[in-house]
Ligand binder design. Structure first.
Ligand SMILES: [Zn+2]
Length: 308
């Protein structure tokens, strides 16, 4: 029988679990809150319990566990290396050793945005691509870079944190990371809503802003255009460094084909040198909720070939 793997996607509000087969298909799923008691129960305790319960209910034992985790993840050690203080008790959480001991299975751990890109490369919108820039637009901007078929991880596995690339150093906005002018201060959904809400308190969510733009509100359309320009210029800079064949945009706003994906693709194309434009396309990510756990399993299989 074919092997299966446990994919675990740890976010700030929930942990998603899935049994994934050798083709990247999710055979069974579960989800549990990690914030149910305001993080009084450490996230890692909740995750460990959820994984054990989930596996107890399955008839097959997986070959290994691939974890996708929020925060700066040291994938060499399998620990949380930093969070900017955004998640109580998550800093330094020893994910790999804890899960290996609790489940008696080999475990790998990687950053969630990096896993998103790998999931999309395996079975999603970047299937077969070797050079991909993936961004997830939401509260912040997450990123993952695939270059020459390999995930760009850097020395500790922290690489690809492109939301904190500095795009506005002079008079820039303060970022949660302690620096000033990070790209995500300008390119996240939070940034769009912040700008819109300053004009009209009713524009208090991405949904409200896009609805107003769709209804033809000129003021919102101009704000949206400015925001897309910020995203496009950040991407254009990255295109010149990495020469990708595909840019993937994930996050809730990526469902906005006419109001975001198409104009963003046009702006990126218009902002890069002609040679970089050839063979480059930008599209929405496809896997949505499954991207993290499927990508985590892809990472596991890449790093532990004996489990394939
Ligand atoms: Zn920052």
């Amino acid at each position: 029988m074919d092997k299966v793997y446990l994919g675990v996607d740890i976010g700030g509000t929930a942990v998603k679990l899935g049994l994934v087969d050798t083709h990247g298909r999710v055979l069974a799923r579960a989800e549990e809150s990690v914030s149910f008691d305001g993080y009084k129960t450490p996230i890692l305790d909740t995750v460990t319990g959820a994984a054990a319960r989930f596996l107890a209910g399955q008839s097959i034992t997986p070959a290994g566990v691939g974890v996708s985790a929020t925060g700066q993840i040291d994938s060499v050690q399998g620990v949380v290396a930093g969070t900017c203080g955004s998640l109580p008790g998550w800093d330094d959480a020893p994910i790999r050793t804890t899960l290996e001991k609790a489940l008696s299975l080999p475990v790998t751990v990687a950053n969630d945005a990096n896993c998103m890109v790998l999931g999309e490369v395996w079975v999603g919108a970047a299937r077969g691509c070797t050079d991909v820039i993936g961004i997830t637009i939401g509260t912040g901007v997450g990123g993952g870079i695939l270059t020459g078929g390999r995930l760009l991880e850097g020395a500790r596995g922290l690489g690809g944190e492109i939301g904190h690339y500095r795009t506005h150093v002079r008079h820039g906005m303060a970022c949660t990371c302690g620096a000033v002018g990070c790209w995500e201060r300008y390119a996240s959904t939070t940034a769009l809503v912040r700008a819109a809400q300053a004009r009209n308190p009713a524009w208090n969510s991405g949904r409200a802003v896009f609805a107003a733009a769709e209804a033809g509100d000129r003021e919102v359309q101009l704000l949206l255009d400015d925001w897309i320009e910020e995203i496009a210029q950040g991407l254009a800079g990255l295109v010149h460094i990495f020469n990708p064949q595909r840019i993937l945009v994930g996050g809730g706003v990526s469902a906005q084909t006419d109001l975001l994906i198409r104009p963003l693709a046009d702006k990126v194309q218009a902002s890069v040198m002609p040679a970089f434009r050839q063979g480059l396309d930008l599209r929405a990510a496809e896997l949505h909720n499954d991207a993290g756990l499927v990508g985590a399993v892809y990472y596991l299989r890449q790093h532990k070939p004996e489990l394939v």
